[in-house]
Design a protein around this ligand. Structure first.
Ligand code: ACO
Length: 433
C-alpha cells in the first residue's frame, strides 16, 4: 500500500509507502518526500512522527490501552512485580522461575556502587536538588565503565543495562541521605528490590530496619510504591526515552545517555509533574481556594495549569491512573486526617472531574496526580518524587537503548528545521551598528 503526495505547484509526485504495524495506525514512510519533492516535513513536538520501529511498548491514547511486550498493564500491575516487568521489557518475554531468580540475584549483586562514586555524591552541597545529583552521579558512572565496554557485544550491553537498573536505586537513596545529612546505607542482598530501596532510604544507624516492624510507613502505601514502579517502567517514545535514544544514536557511553534521559525527565511537563502536583496543592492551600485555582487553570492569560491533569497521548483516561487511583484512595482514606493536603487532593480531583472545561478537553488526572500523593504518604520528600520515577523508568530506558543498539537500520538522530531567522547579511563593524 502507498499514498501519493502531489506538489500542485509543478505536478511532481512522491509515492510514499505505508508501513504496517502489528497494532495501531499504519505509518507513512515520508523519507522520499525530501528527494522527490525537495521539501522537509514540519512536526514540532513530534505529534505525528514515528522516530523508530519498536517492539517494546504499545499505547492507544484514545482507548486508554498500555501494553508492555503485548501484556496489558492491568494484568502486570495485578500479577507481576517490578523486576519481572523489567525482565519482560528488556528481554521480550516473561521469565520462567529459573530465569527470574537468576535475574533478581544479578540485580542484587550489581546494586553495590564503587566507593569512589560516593565521593561524587558527597561533593554536592547539602541542598542540591536530588535530580541534579542524579544527573551528575549517574553520568559519572560512565567514567567507571568506559574503557572495557564493547558496545558491539550484546553481553556487554546486557551487563551495562543490569548495572543501571541495579545501581540507580542505590544512588537515589545515597542522594537522599546526603541531602538530610544521614550516613550512606549499603545495599543488602537479603532484601527484595523495593525493601532494599526503603532500607537504604530510611534505616537509622541506631536501628536495624525491618519492613515488617516499621511503624512510620503504612503497609498500603508500601504496596502502592511497588505498584508505581511497574506502572512507570516504560511509556514508549516519551520525551526522556526519546532523549536516551537520540543520545545513544551517536554511539555515546550508555551511562551518559541515561543521564541525558534523567535530565529530560526532570521537567514539570514530564516526570517533574508529581513534584509539581504537591507544590500546587501547597499553593492552593485550602479546599475553599479550589474554585479560584480552577478558574486560573482555565484562564488563557494565566500560566497556571492544573498539575497532574491532562496527557499528550491519553485523551480519554490514563490507564495507569485508573489502576493506582484505587490504591491511592486506600492510602488516603487512612491518612486523610493526618494531613489536610490529602483531603485537598481528593476534593480537587472530584471538582475537576465534574468541571465542564476539564470534561470537554478530556483533561483527566494522570498517573502523576496520584503518585505524588502516594509518595507524600510514604514520607518521601517532595524533591525526591521525580527520583522515584527515575528508578522505575530506568527499566524502559535501558530496554530502548538495547533495542536501538541491536537495530542494524539505526542511524544517528538528526532532525531538520524550518529556518525563520535572518537571511544572509554582511558583518558590520562596531561603528556602523
Ligand atoms: N490545566 C489546564 N488546562 C490544560 C491542562 C492543565 N493541566 N492541560 C492541558 N490544558 C488545556 C490546554 O490549555 C489546551 O487548551 P486549548 O485547546 O484551549 O488551547 C488543551 O487543554 C490541550 O492541551 P495541550 O497543551 O495542547 O496538550 P499537550 O498534549 O500539548 O500537553 C501536557 C499535555 C503537557 C501533559 C499538559 O496536559 C500539561 O501541562 N499537564 C500538566 C502537567 C502534567 O501533569 N504533566 C504530566 C504528564 S504525565 C507524565 O509525564 C508521566
Amino acid at each position: 500500500m502507498s499514498i501519493k503526495v502531489v506538489d500542485e505547484s509543478n505536478g511532481n509526485v512522491s509515492e510514499l509507502q505505508l508501513l504496517e504495524s502489528t497494532l495501531g495506525r499504519p505509518t507513512v514512510d515520508i523519507k522520499p518526500i525530501s528527494s522527490d519533492l525537495g521539501y522537509f516535513t514540519f512536526d514540532p513536538g513530534f505529534v505525528s512522527t514515528a522516530s523508530c520501529r519498536s517492539e517494546i511498548t504499545y499505547i492507544d491514547g484514545n482507548e486508554g490501552v498500555l501494553l508492555y511486550r503485548g501484556y496489558p498493564i492491568e494484568q502486570l500491575a495485578k500479577q507481576s512485580s517490578f523486576l519481572e516487568v523489567s525482565y519482560l521489557l528488556m528481554n521480550g518475554d516473561l521469565p520462567n522461575s529459573e530465569q527470574k531468580s537468576k535475574f533478581e540475584g544479578e540485580i542484587n549483586r550489581h546494586a553495590r556502587i564503587h566507593e569512589k562514586l560516593r565521593a561524587f555524591v558527597d561533593g554536592f552541597h547539602y541542598d542540591a536538588h536530588p535530580m541534579s545529583m542524579m544527573v551528575g552521579v549517574v553520568g559519572s558512572l560512565s567514567a567507571f565503565y568506559h574503557s572495557e565496554l564493547d558496545m558491539e557485544d550484546p553481553e556487554h550491553r546486557r551487563i551495562s543495562a543490569m548495572r543501571m537498573l541495579a545501581k540507580i536505586p542505590t544512588i537515589a537513596a545515597a542522594c537522599y541521605r546526603h541531602s538530610v545529612g544521614m550516613p550512606f546505607v549499603y545495599p543488602r542482598a537479603d532484601l527484595s528490590f523495593s525493601e532494599n530501596f526503603l532500607n537504604m532510604m530510611f534505616s537509622l544507624p541506631s536501628h536495624q530496619f525491618y519492613i515488617e516492624d516499621q511503624h512510620f510507613l503504612d503497609p498500603s502505601a508500601i504496596r502502592a510504591l511497588y505498584l508505581l514502579f511497574s506502572l512507570h517502567a516504560d511509556h514508549e517514545q516519551n520525551a526522556s526515552t526519546s532523549t536516551v535514544r537520540l543520545a545513544s544514536s551517536t554511539g555515546a557511553n550508555p551511562y551518559a545517555c541515561i543521564a541525558a534521559g534523567i535530565s529530560a525527565l526532570w521537567g514539570p511537563s514530564h516526570g517533574g509533574a508529581n513534584e509539581a502536583v504537591l507544590t500546587m496543592l501547597k499553593e492552593i492551600g485550602d479546599v475553599k481556594n479550589i474554585p479560584e485555582f480552577l478558574e486560573r487553570a482555565k484562564d488563557k492569560d494565566d500560566p497556571f495549569r492544573l498539575m497532574g491533569f491532562g496527557h499528550r497521548v491519553y485523551k480519554n483516561y490514563d490507564p495507569r491512573a485508573t489502576i493506582v487511583r484505587e490504591t491511592c484512595h486506600d492510602v488516603l482514606d487512612k491518612l486523610a486526617d493526618s494531613d489536610p493536603l490529602f483531603e485537598l487532593a481528593l476534593e480537587l480531583e472530584q471538582r475537576a472531574l465534574s468541571d465542564d472545561y476539564f470534561v470537554e478537553k478530556k483533561l483527566y488526572p494522570n498517573v502523576d496526580f496520584y503518585s505524588g500523593v502516594i509518595y507524600k504518604a510514604l514520607n518521601i520528600p517532595v524533591d525526591m518524587f521525580t527520583v522515584m520515577f527515575t528508578i522505575a523508568r530506568t527499566a524502559g530506558w535501558v530496554s530502548h537503548w538495547m533495542e536501538l543498539m541491536s537495530d542494524p537500520s539505526q542511524r544517528i538522530g538528526r532532525p531538520r528545521q524550518l529556518y525563520v531567522g535572518k537571511t544572509k547579511r554582511d558583518y558590520l563593524s562596531l561603528d556602523e551598528r
